[in-house]
Design a protein around this ligand. Structure first.
Ligand SMILES: Cc1cc2nc3c(=O)[nH]c(=O)nc-3n(C[C@H](O)[C@H](O)[C@H](O)COP(=O)(O)OP(=O)(O)OC[C@H]3O[C@@H](n4cnc5c(N)ncnc54)[C@H](O)[C@@H]3O)c2cc1C
Length: 512
């Protein structure tokens, strides 16, 4: 079956990808870093940290010019825009090494960035020019327990699902193969089974984390419970997580559906998306999807697709009946397990430059369709952008997905009410750096214009999901103000010197 790529970057395994030369950097002894895009001055704090790290932990430090330096600064990043040139890369082998590195970095006052699976898609979120990059690649241990799994932050979700597969168990993680465990778990985590078990963050039982003074602490419901709450959606504001313990569930089988619709049926497709958000059973069957429209501005062909997953073996999966009743171009139902399903959903790194942006609304299928139409017309306006790859992605938030956080005695920083919501996301890929500002301005103006219309209609929500946000968007503005105030208090308690706010500034940081 020929399936159009339904999410930017989503492909069946094995697509060729472009490489970037931007991280072909070399450092001089005079405090400068030559990169293919120019010469960077290495700040004194960075020089201090790189020298001390190389002295204390020489086997864990990579300098510009080495092969593994390029692997860590380019190959492990999803978006080509995020390729930068650190003065040195620190690749810890143990949590104790992370602890020592944070002490050195803090004492030197060095700017640094942290990278897990490398999927956050904008420059500076997970990489840094002329600073220290901490690449978590080697923290890759995994231990399966009876009803939980301990996972290092160097792992991706496919590795986790693979380890759980022999036990017939699964967990709430990413929907695609190579997304990293740490970023997704710390920012929220949309998975197929949110409607029954909440978000990935709601399913973390314990975190081992190195905080700003370099101390390694274990954080759970009974130990450092204030930080436990703040880490549930609190992103990279509090430290470096060196181990996650995740709740697992019995998932011996899944029932899957892949359905593709032509443009005539997109109104019905978007209506089915809205209906999925509204499902509100007392005892829900775990089920969720990736629902996307792709549009080719050259051929003018638009296509909707749903990749649906449901627990159990019913064929076709019952929770997708609203999609199944729409005439489809292709429809494949199957019973399988989480590992082989995830294996087919790769998101190759370094494939393109990508701009995300999105907004959230109450489910209204007529308005959602008009938003889709406005997006398609706007895509035509930038059809000349080389390598343009526009997709219109939806995500649903059901009342039942919010319920676990309301009832588990912990909660999370999102503080959402039990009401259905739909996220509409513009995911736009292109080839050339010279189009960066144009595509960003286009995406930003369009999404804010559409949000403004929704505000006038009284159906807008201010919720913004970090994983799908543009770099200019402020997810914290969509959290309840009292949650943001509490997050700041927790940050002051655990990182009074601001190591994770002043020295590490990339990613979605809680403002000062
Ligand atoms: C193709 C694609 C598909 C996606 N699909 C989904 C999906 O199905 N569900 C979903 O919820 N989201 C999805 N996302 C969004 C995704 O969750 C975020 O990009 C997330 O940040 C990825 O985590 P990572 O570890 O790969 O990212 P990274 O870029 O490595 O990290 C993200 C942020 O977390 C910080 N960080 C990383 N590790 C640590 C750590 N150990 N301690 C403290 N901070 C750390 C980094 O500094 C960075 O700011 C998708 C993104 C892409 C590009």
């Amino acid at each position: 079956m020929q399936l159009l790529l339904p999410v930017v970057g989503l492909s069946l395994s094995g697509l060729a990808y472009a490489t970037s030369s931007s991280a072909k950097a070399s450092a001089t002894t005079t405090g400068y870093l030559s990169t293919s895009s120019g010469t960077l001055q290495i700040p004194d704090g960075t020089s201090c940290a790189c020298k001390q790290l190389a002295h204390s932990l020489p086997k864990s430090v990579l300098l510009p010019g080495s092969t593994n330096y390029t692997t860590e600064t380019v190959d492990k990043l999803w978006d080509i825009r995020a390729d930068l040139s650190p003065a040195c890369v620190f690749v810890p082998n143990t949590a104790a090494e992370v602890s020592e590195a944070i002490k050195i970095i803090g004492s030197c006052g060095a700017q640094f960035a942290v990278r897990g699976g490398g999927h956050m898609n904008y420059p500076g979120a997970n990489n840094i020019d002329a600073g220290v990059l901490i690449g978590l690649t080697n923290l890759d241990t995994i231990t399966v327990k009876n009803d939980s799994v301990e996972v290092g932050p160097g792992l991706n979700w496919y590795q986790v699902y693979s380890a759980l597969e022999p036990y017939g168990r699964g967990c709430i993680g990413g929907r695609m193969k190579t997304i990293g465990v740490p970023g997704l778990s710390l920012i929220g985590g949309f998975h197929y089974f949110n409607n029954k078990h909440g978000y990935a963050m709601d399913n973390v039982l314990s975190y081992d984390i190195v905080i700003g003074n370099g101390t390694l602490i274990t954080v759970n419901k009974t130990s450092h419970s204030d930080l436990f709450w703040a880490l549930k959606g609190g992103a990279n504001n509090y430290g470096i997580v060196t181990k996650f313990e995740l709740q697992t569930y019995s998932v011996p089988n899944i029932s899957t559906t892949i359905q593709v619709f032509n443009e005539t049926n997109i109104p019905y497709f978007l209506d089915a998306v809205c209906e999925a958000a509204k499902l509100n059973d007392d005892d829900p069957i775990a089920a969720g999807m990736i629902a996307t429209v792709t549009y080719n501005a050259t051929t003018k062909v638009a296509q909707g697709s749903v990749l649906g997953v449901q627990e159990g073996v019913s064929i076709p999966p019952s929770q997708f009946a609203n999609f199944t009743k729409i005439p489809a171009v292709e429809r494949i139902n199957n019973v399988t397990t989480l590992k082989p399903w995830a294996d087919t959903l790769d998101s190759p790194k370094q494939m393109m430059r990508v701009q995300f942006s999105h907004r959230t609304m109450k489910p209204d299928s007529a308005v959602l369709y008009s938003i889709y139409q406005a997006w398609k017309a706007a895509v035509d306006e930038i059809a000349d952008v080389q390598g343009l790859y526009p997709t219109f992605v939806t995500n649903v938030i059901s009342a039942t997905s919010v319920r676990p956080a309301k009832t588990n005695g912990v909660g999370n920083v999102w503080g959402l009410e039990e009401e259905p919501l739909v996220i509409f996301q513009l995911s736009t890929g292109w080839d050339l750096a010279q189009d960066d500002l144009r595509v960003e301005a286009w995406s930003r103006q369009l999404v804010e214009h559409l949000h403004g219309i929704n505000k006038n209609l009284g159906i807008a929500s201010e919720f913004i999901y970090m994983g799908d946000a543009g770099e200019w968007q402020d997810p914290y503005a969509g959290f309840p103000a009292e949650n943001v105030a509490r997050m700041r208090e927790v940050r002051s308690a655990y990182d009074p010197e601001g190591v994770f706010s002043i020295l590490s500034w990339g990613g979605f940081k809680l403002g000062l």
